[in-house]
Design a protein around this ligand. Sequence first.
Ligand SMILES: Nc1ncnc2c1ncn2[C@@H]1O[C@H](COP(=O)(O)OP(=O)(O)OP(=O)(O)O)[C@@H](O)[C@H]1O
Ligand SMILES: O=P(O)(O)OC[C@H]1O[C@H](OP(=O)(O)OP(=O)(O)O)[C@H](O)[C@@H]1O
Ligand SMILES: [Mg+2]
Length: 279
Amino acid sequence: MLRIAVPNKGTLSETAVQMLQEAGYATRRDPKELIVSDLRNDVEFFYLRPRDIATYVGSGALDVGVTGRDLLLDSHSAAVEIDVLDFGASTFRFAGPIGRFTSLEQLNGVRVATSYAALVGDFLAREGVVAEVVRLDGAVESAVRLGVADAVADVVETGSTLKKQGLEIFGPVILESTAVLIAATPEVEGLATLRRRLQGVMVAHQYVLMDYDLPSGLVEAASRITPGFESPTVSPLRDSDWVAVRVMVPRHDTNHIMDELYALGARAILVSSIHAARI
Ligand SMILES: Nc1ncnc2c1ncn2[C@@H]1O[C@H](COP(=O)(O)OP(=O)(O)OP(=O)(O)O)[C@@H](O)[C@H]1O
Ligand SMILES: O=P(O)(O)OC[C@H]1O[C@H](OP(=O)(O)OP(=O)(O)O)[C@H](O)[C@@H]1O
Ligand SMILES: [Mg+2]
């Protein structure tokens, strides 16, 4: 039975659970439930603090887990990243009072607050900067105002939290993070099925099905606009001068592609969602 760690709280939790549900797995009904056995799929889910997931997986106590790349690296666990998931994207950055810092070197001899002390310590050591890392649990943006640090290093998504605290980003990107699937070893039995299912969910999120009718002579030109995954499906219509085309296209590009196809001569262009996929 595959033992899977899932974030029980925090930014990653809801989307991770939803993704597993869309992949056909049993999820918890009560937020206090910590273990869910899904016998039909031969897996067991353990709802754990996001920060602890890499530790459980790296130690071999659990086989796989969903966590953030930043949390994985901060944990110094032996777990490895298996797949990138399509949520939880953020960057990890240094920030300081507006106008105070412009370069990484200026961190020499100052205090940097963070909840990711190992990640930040490793980065500073790699860059040859000697700063005092002040470890905090969260809300690190307040550390400068409250005088426990001169700068911070934290997760930045929109940047609005920093801005509200009168801070600005400086220096190099410490890390581009995202939600990831991690495992102690990629060879675990049953992992391939989980990976294929999660890939299928991501494809269903990222692609739509597009159908359109097209004068037969334009199939090559239309295929350049919508090449599809492998090749578009082209079916005959009763009017032999026309064909019907079905193809997957990236969801974010849908309207642009419809404009191009229409300009080419395609008509009756229809777009529908994909509920599930196995590519
Ligand atoms: N806007 C965001 N804020 C916080 N974490 C984010 C954000 N976007 C993505 N993440 C990711 O979520 C993970 C942190 O999850 P964690 O649950 O520890 O903290 P949290 O979401 O800030 O919750 P809390 O601090 O309330 O416990 C990291 O991998 C981080 O990169
Ligand atoms: O760039 P933004 O879109 O503003 O998002 C980034 C902020 O969101 C998270 O904070 P959270 O609310 O989880 O609080 P925490 O710092 O206590 O974890 C993170 O730690 C940053 O503070
Ligand atoms: Mg947080």
